[in-house]
Design a protein around this ligand. Structure first.
Ligand SMILES: C[S@@+](CC[C@H](N)C(=O)[O-])C[C@H]1O[C@@H](n2cnc3c(N)ncnc32)[C@H](O)[C@@H]1O
Length: 345
């Protein structure tokens, strides 16, 4: 799995917090519609250090407790074994102090595996995490991100891997859900105009092109070899709404056969909070530092894992300089797909 977040995740990702806030109305709808039970298990897949979702889970637990005061609630934070799972444990534990005094657990496993027993989960949630691919679909020769590469053959391979992964994630989640349980996914996506995280249709520079230019520069200067250049790939994929819905529209897919159905979907845009702040305060150094750190939080691993930490650091020193040199040309805007699902049988 080619992903690892840098430490201090939630301090560096104001945008991810806004993306979660934008989904909180649907999270509340999901738990409001749960049938009365003696207990409910709620799970946050790919929670990182859990800091960005503390407010969401407080609101969800309060609402479910209000509706079902005698139900025992369990909240599970999930992420990879390489995550800062101690910080995640501390953040989920922030829910214990007040009624409904939930039980809290941490699951340090991939969401490409079963995380709990079948028929366990009443409400599953995941934000800005399920775009990471489970394995490499082969080389990307001319770019660091497939969607910015213009390579039609590679796009086919990456799309096929992304669809296989998504169907497998929904298969696993649909087995874990109870009948009547809800799943809400909030995922980085690609809209009808081809916009995605870091590509706002040309309003500002494409962040993935910028990362690639820096990576190419390092190869041209002989700092990295051509082989390392080709292996530096951000192994994620931003699916379209149709791609997200496809396994739920196909009655032969595993998740459909497990009873998972689409309830609602929408695309939500979240503007870059670092850029918004720079627009009002003009503090270019703070903007360059903050924006660089948020981009680094999800992309550093793609470079450092193949070229080492020192070269990884060079990528982000150069990125910060580029932002500082022309701040008005930078913004990291989010395109997120919300998909609400229910297991009906
Ligand atoms: C951008 S962070 C999002 C964190 C949080 N959900 C939020 O919205 O702020 C993505 C998280 O997904 C996790 N992740 C990526 N692949 C995963 C996998 N296969 N299983 C579990 N977590 C995964 C990463 O470790 C990282 O913590």
């Amino acid at each position: 799995m080619a992903i690892a977040m840098t430490t201090g995740y939630s301090a560096q990702t104001e945008g991810a917090l806004l993306c979660i806030e934008a989904a909180s109305d649907w999270a509340l709808t999901c738990v409001e519609q749960l049938a009365a039970q003696s207990s409910h298990v709620l799970i946050d897949y790919g929670a990182a250090d859990g800091g960005t979702a503390v407010g969401l889970w407080s609101a969800v637990l309060d609402r479910l407790h209000e509706r079902q005061p005698s139900a025992h609630l369990t909240l599970i934070g999930n992420d990879l074994p390489s995550n800062d799972n101690v910080a995640l444990a501390e953040n989920v534990a922030r829910q214990i102090g007040r009624p409904p005094k939930p039980t809290v657990l941490v699951s340090c496993r991939s969401f490409y595996e079963p995380t709990v027993a079948p028929d366990t989960v009443s409400f599953g949630f995941s934000a800005t995490a399920m775009h990471w691919l489970s394995e490499s679909p082969g080389p990307l020769d001319n770019h660091t991100h497939v969607l910015a590469s213009g390579d039609a053959e590679a796009l086919k391979r990456f799309t096929a891997q992304a669809m296989k992964d998504w169907t497998s994630i929904l298969d696993l989640r649909s087995r874990e859900l109870k009948v009547g349980g809800r799943l809400l996914t909030v995922n980085l996506s690609r809209d009808e105009q081809g916009r995605y995280l870091g590509n706002n249709g040309g309003e500002t520079r494409n962040v993935h092109d910028q990362l690639h230019q820096i990576w190419r520069e390092l190869a041209d200067e002989g700092v990295i070899s051509e082989d390392i250049y080709r292996r530096g790939t951000v192994l994620n994929f931003y699916k379209s709404p149709e791609e997200f819905m496809a396994p739920l529209k196909d009655s032969n897919s595993a998740p459909y056969r497990n009873g998972l159905r689409l309830v609602d979907e929408r695309t939500v845009y979240v503007k870059c909070p670092y850029r918004r702040r720079w627009d009002s305060d003009g503090d270019t150094q703070a903007f360059a530092e903050g924006l660089m750190a948020t981009i680094r939080s999800w992309s550093r691993h793609s470079f450092a894992s193949v070229a080492g930490d020192a070269i990884g650091d060079q990528v982000f020193a150069r990125l910060k300089q580029r932002i500082a040199d022309s701040p008005s040309e930078w913004s990291l805007d989010y395109v997120e797909h919300h998909q609400m699902m229910e297991r009906v049988a």
